[in-house]
Design a protein around this ligand. Sequence first.
Ligand code: CA
Length: 355
Amino acid sequence: MQRREFLGTGAAVAAAGLGLAGRASADEPLHWKMVTTWPKNFPGLGTGAEFLAQAIGEMSGGRLQVQVYGAGELVPAFEVFDAVSQGAAQMGHGAAYYWKGKNPAFQFFSTMPFGMTANEMNGWLYKGGGMELWEEAYAPFDVVPLAAGNTMVQMGGWFKREIRGLEDLQGLRMRIPGLGGEVLRRVGGTPVNLSGKELLVSLQTGAIDATEWVGPWNDLAFGLHRAAKYYYYPGWHEPGTTLEGLVHRPAFEALPKDLQAIVQNAARATNQDMMADFTAHNNDALKALVEKYEVELRQFPPEVLSALREHAEAVIAEVAETGEFTRRVYDSYQSFYARVRDWTAISEQAYLDTR
Ligand code: CA
């Protein structure tokens, strides 16, 4: 008992000495920076990051205030993870597959080609052990991950020429990141990774023949229809991409428990809000693209989709072989997916097919 009291006092003194926990509960607010991989206030993604920052500020009564920076304002898009890992910013907002160079296992926490939908991903992350694995994955980098948004099913992308069969994918230079890009390579294409801001110019100059981005709402904002005429669905490569909030672990652990809970629950609210945003806006944007800008909407031919699906299974299985931890993440993802798809088939899928 005495020893416990002594330890308790010690921890309180240490916290007061750091001045972190103490400051947050006093009048003086904490100020955090959030760096993002999106242009400032970009529809859905950038506005999702703003929603997260605002929710934290409001829920904490102004005790924790988060300033959002667009890609390139403080750090370039693809340096967001490192900035949070090193504590240059306390928070970040991005997508886990951008950091696959650090650990191939990260990709499972964003999306898998022909993998789980947004609802299924949330089931895995929150209730199926996914979040715990994600925390384990980022722990060596001093980063705490949060599920903080989902694009839902994306579009297959913009193509300068029609895709009638597999032969039309031969030599196709397409911006498509992550495992989807690797699958494209297996069927003869050349995947390229570019940040969002570079897409339109790259299409216009012919540096790429095709690009995917997100869906009608985001793609219209970038004006991709000005450089490519054919708009393909479905987004087989990103069926429900989870966006992430990143928190510098020492900064997170220095917060009092209530502010930690606020950060976590603000992320959950962001996750839900972003799905509502995409659901509400994508249809209007699609109408504008087709009716006003005369975009040619096309579904990928079945032979193309089945070849892509076959290669996707092989590519994902190969990723699983890259390490013991990646294997565990793969096993967890696949076993949840195998179970949940049976339910989805007789609920959402069966219903959508009949309405
Ligand atoms: Ca995408």
